[in-house]
Structure formats: structure tokens, C-alpha cells
Design a protein around this ligand. Structure first.
Ligand code: FPP
Length: 281
């Protein structure tokens, strides 16, 4: 289960310890790490096991990921646990996944609470069966005191989220004389969780090079790390590689090096809910 490591950085209170990866101090960690956990089915099939075994193994990897992120002091972690499109998979697989989420939500709560990790959810709640919604609501309430946010993307579709936010914007703007910044602020209020900052780093496992409808609006300036590892094989060493990749990137948010040197850009546009001017690069 989760271990409290000596490198853990307390978020928002007390002394902060510099996180290290492979003995090197990580000067730049993502504040919001989002993960597309792909490859469970292949992992299982390659071993002659039912796909469900891959999903079950995937839960263990989620636990390890949370432990490591907690230790490093990454305050936001979001995992793509079920897309809207995944709901069209064979009913028995979907049922298995729902049961897995319910079991996870029940069994992990004490540990999440102990670790100060609060649960969140993005996605279409109404597409989830009542027992999943009930377990989610209970878990979210029970862990609400935590200072690290662990978000499950369930029945999630980036396009649908954008449509939803667009409807919010359309409904609240009677005329067109609001500034683009104000319009974006209103638009963001229509996202599933407007308080969730944009992801700084998105990791996708399983070897595919696509976003598959994940955080489409919020990923505008995310750094991307694609791993050939199947999700059940994703471990701390691979996470370290992804974090090292992130730490080595210069994020310009469409500005020039000179502009950045004069006035550093925000760590991510979504962190301050401000968009960089002429964000084309
Ligand atoms: C994609 O792999 C993965 C999923 C659709 C489910 C992801 C769910 C988990 C890892 C369980 C997480 C559970 C909790 C509680 C957070 P795939 O089945 O599409 O793999 P494939 O591409 O090899 O077929």
C-alpha cells in the first residue's frame, strides 16, 4: 500500500524537502501529472490471461504511482480510468471495470485519507451505474480533507467536456462585448472540475501516440511522454524517466526565450487561468 517516504514534500505546510529522482534533485516537477493507462488488455493476453487480469494488475500500478507522486509532492494526479468510448466494450469487461472501481474506492479510502490524498472525478456521472456513483460520492466526501488531489476520469470524453463548457459559455453571455479572457474564465467554469489546473505532463503507456479524447482543452501546453511499457509494467523507473524528460523541457507557452527571460511565464496557462498571448508555439 502507500508508504510515507522521507522525501515527501508537505504541500501547503511545513518544511519542503527537495524531491530526488535517481539521486538527482528534481528542480522542475509537474504540478499536475495526467496519465493515460493503456495496455492492460495486451499485458494479459500476452500471458494467456483474461483481459480483466490486466485491469486488476493496473490497479496495483495506480497505487504505486500515487505513493511515488505523494512522496515527490506532485499535488495533482489524474488517471484516465474509463473513457466514454470504453463503455461500448463488451458488457462483461465494462461490468468488471465498474466492480474494480467500486472495490478500489472502498478498500483504499483509509490509506488515501491517511496519506492526505483527496479523491475527485471528472466525466459523465450519469453514464455510471448507481453503485459506482455512490462509492465515488462517499470516497470524495471521506477524503475531502486531503491536500493532494487524485482525480479519476470516468466515462470521460474531452470533446463532450468542451461541448459542455461551450454550452455554459453560451448560456451566460447574453452579448458579445466581454473580453476573450472573461469568456475563457466562464468557459472554464463549465469544465468538469474548473479548479483542476491544466496538466503539465501527460504520460501515455502502451506505445500509442495519441490523446484518445483525454483533456483535449486542458492539454494545450502539456508536455507529452509516450512510453512503450504496457500499463501493468509501468514502474517507478519509467516514471522517473518521464519526470526527467519533463524536467529537461523548456516551456515557452508560445513566447520567445527573450520574453521568458524578462518575465517568466506561468508554470501552465491553466494554473492561473490565463492564456499566453498569441500562443502558437
Ligand atoms: C486501457 O487498457 C485501460 C482501461 C480501459 C482501463 C484502465 C483501468 C485501470 C488501469 C484500472 C484503474 C483502476 C483504478 C481504480 C484507478 P486497454 O484495456 O485498452 O489495453 P489494450 O490497449 O492492451 O487493449
Amino acid at each position: 500500500m502507500f508508504r510515507r517516504e522521507s522525501t515527501r514534500r508537505n504541500i501547503g505546510a511545513g518544511q519542503r524537502v527537495k524531491p530526488t529522482v535517481n539521486g538527482n534533485v528534481m528542480h522542475k516537477l509537474p504540478q499536475h501529472l495526467a496519465v493515460i493507462m493503456d495496455g492492460n488488455g495486451r499485458w494479459a493476453q500476452r500471458r494467456g490471461l483474461p483481459r480483466s487480469e490486466g485491469h486488476a494488475r493496473g490497479v496495483d500500478v495506480v497505487r504505486s504511482l500515487l505513493t511515488r507522486c505523494r512522496a515527490l509532492g506532485i499535488p495533482y494526479v489524474t488517471v484516465y480510468a474509463l473513457s466514454r468510448e470504453n463503455l461500448k466494450r463488451p458488457p462483461q469487461e465494462v461490468r468488471f471495470l465498474f466492480d474494480l472501481f467500486i472495490r478500489f474506492l472502498k478498500s483504499e479510502l483509509p490509506e488515501l485519507e491517511r496519506q492526505g490524498i483527496r479523491l475527485g472525478m471528472i466525466g459523465d456521472r450519469n453514464a455510471l451505474p448507481l453503485p459506482v456513483r455512490t462509492a465515488l460520492d462517499y470516497g470524495i466526501k471521506k477524503t475531502s480533507g486531503g491536500d493532494m488531489l487524485f482525480t479519476l476520469a470516468l466515462a470521460y470524453s474531452g470533446r463532450e467536456e468542451i461541448m459542455r463548457a461551450a454550452r455554459t459559455l453560451a448560456a451566460s453571455l447574453p452579448n458579445g462585448d466581454t473580453s476573450p479572457e472573461e469568456q475563457e474564465a466562464v468557459f472554464r467554469r463549465g469544465l468538469y472540475n474548473p479548479e483542476l489546473p491544466d496538466p503539465d505532463l501527460i504520460i501515455r503507456t502502451g506505445g500509442e501516440l495519441r490523446l484518445s479524447n483525454f483533456l483535449l482543452f486542458q492539454s494545450a501546453y502539456a508536455e507529452l511522454y509516450f512510453s512503450d511499457r504496457l500499463w501493468p509494467d509501468f514502474d517507478d523507473a519509467e516514471l522517473n524517466r518521464a519526470l526527467a524528460h519533463y524536467a529537461g523541457r523548456t516551456r515557452r507557452f508560445g513566447l520567445t526565450e527573450e520574453q521568458l527571460a524578462a518575465a517568466p511565464a506561468p508554470s501552465s496557462p491553466g494554473h492561473g487561468h490565463n492564456t499566453p498571448p498569441d500562443a502558437t508555439g
